[in-house]
Design a protein around this ligand. Structure first.
Ligand SMILES: Nc1ncnc2c1ncn2[C@@H]1O[C@H](COP(=O)(O)OP(=O)(O)OP(=O)(O)O)[C@@H](O)[C@H]1O
Length: 316
């Protein structure tokens, strides 16, 4: 038996002139929490929709659980739980009835279904809201209901497309903890997001997408090891004479040093004592300094270095 859950090869999807997916290849193994990270419009949702046979595509192959995926592959679909970006529940049904409805699409045994629905309600923490209709729920609770509807039938593969967009921090944490628990209980997870921090937090392996292409793939550590930047030092200060800045730039292992908004930002590539050396120069020249921080590279740095642009706009 293969431990490959998903295998996508050379997937091409066009919308007229636009190439939304450009020869995409992905292989996802049993037990992974696989993150698809990319800015808006990079092709994450299109990938999921093709994967689920909700969208036709121009070229390529998709296999799930070792079998070819197609719109009528009901045996495969039974083992997949899908939580899409837009909440899809019935307004006229209560929380409990909604979960029961979606679970009932796969689980016909009444007693088993009752138990599964109860477990799903508890899992997302909606015990006190079981008789509520969706319109009475806050955005975060509604997202949790959406998740309960997608996972109640205990699928082996769970696909979540940006499940935390516009949710409050409490529900967000509940959702992220829940995903980790589903994974511990044996489910393979695909998680799409443009929030780098979430992907860093929960995903065991990550593919970074841009303009329909996979531009990098690996664990967080593998991805950050691919880039030149190993450390960024930030020092707040009032003023920095040009000759001092030049001296910092001439230090070994430092490939960029800039001052903007009273902050000196020094980017380092390797080396062990960069911070000490920078602070020594500042001290030697009596530069008055404020806060000093050092940061390890993030997935945003990986994206920035490969594409030349940030993963998302500041303030988003
Ligand atoms: N039905 C459609 N018709 C035409 N173009 C589309 C359609 N759906 C998506 N696109 C385009 O395809 C590209 C990929 O979109 P997609 O929604 O897959 O990206 P995404 O990474 O999921 O973005 P988001 O984070 O905003 O959901 C974008 O340029 C988008 O404008």
């Amino acid at each position: 038996m293969t431990d490959t859950v998903i295998k996508i090869d050379s997937l091409v999807k066009r919308y007229g002139e636009l190439i939304a997916l450009d020869h995409l290849a992905l292989e996802i193994k049993q037990g992974e929490v696989f993150g698809l990270l990319g800015p808006n419009g990079s092709g994450k949702t299109t990938t999921i929709n093709c994967l689920l046979s909700l969208l036709s595509y121009d070229k390529g192959t998709i296999q799930i659980f070792g079998k070819d995926m197609s719109p009528t592959a009901y045996d495969i679909k039974r083992d997949i739980g899908v939580i899409m970006q837009n909440v899809a529940v019935y307004d006229e049904l209560t929380v409990q009835e909604n979960i029961d409805y979606f679970c009932g699409l796969y689980i016909t045994d009444k007693e088993q279904r009752k138990q599964y629905v109860e477990e799903a309600i508890k899992f997302v923490g909606l015990e006190d809201f079981r008789k509520f209709r969706p319109k009475k729920l806050s955005g975060g609770l509604l997202r949790r209901l959406n998740i309960a509807c997608g996972i109640a039938h205990k699928p082996k593969l769970i696909i979540l497309d940006e499940p935390t967009v516009a949710v409050d921090p409490q529900s967000r944490n509940k959702i992220l903890e829940g995903i980790a628990e589903l994974n511990r209980n044996g489910a393979t997870i695909i998680y799409t997001s443009h929030y780098m921090e979430e992907v860093e937090q929960i995903c065991t392996r990550i593919a970074i997408m841009d303009k329909g292409k996979k531009i990098a793939e690996g664990t967080k550590e593998e991805l950050t090891a691919m880039i030149k930047n190993t450390e960024t030092i930030k020092v707040t200060l009032h003023e920095l004479p040009d000759e001092v800045l030049s001296e910092i730039r001439s230090l070994p292992h430092i490939y960029s040093a800039e001052v903007e908004d009273s902050t000196l930002t020094v980017s380092c590539s390797g080396g062990k004592h960069n911070l000490i050396r920078v602070l020594e120069i500042l001290q030697d020249h009596d530069v008055h300094i404020g806060r000093v921080t050092t940061e390890q590279p993030t997935l945003n740095d990986v994206f920035l270095e490969i594409t030349g642009k940030a993963l998302r706009d500041k303030g988003e």
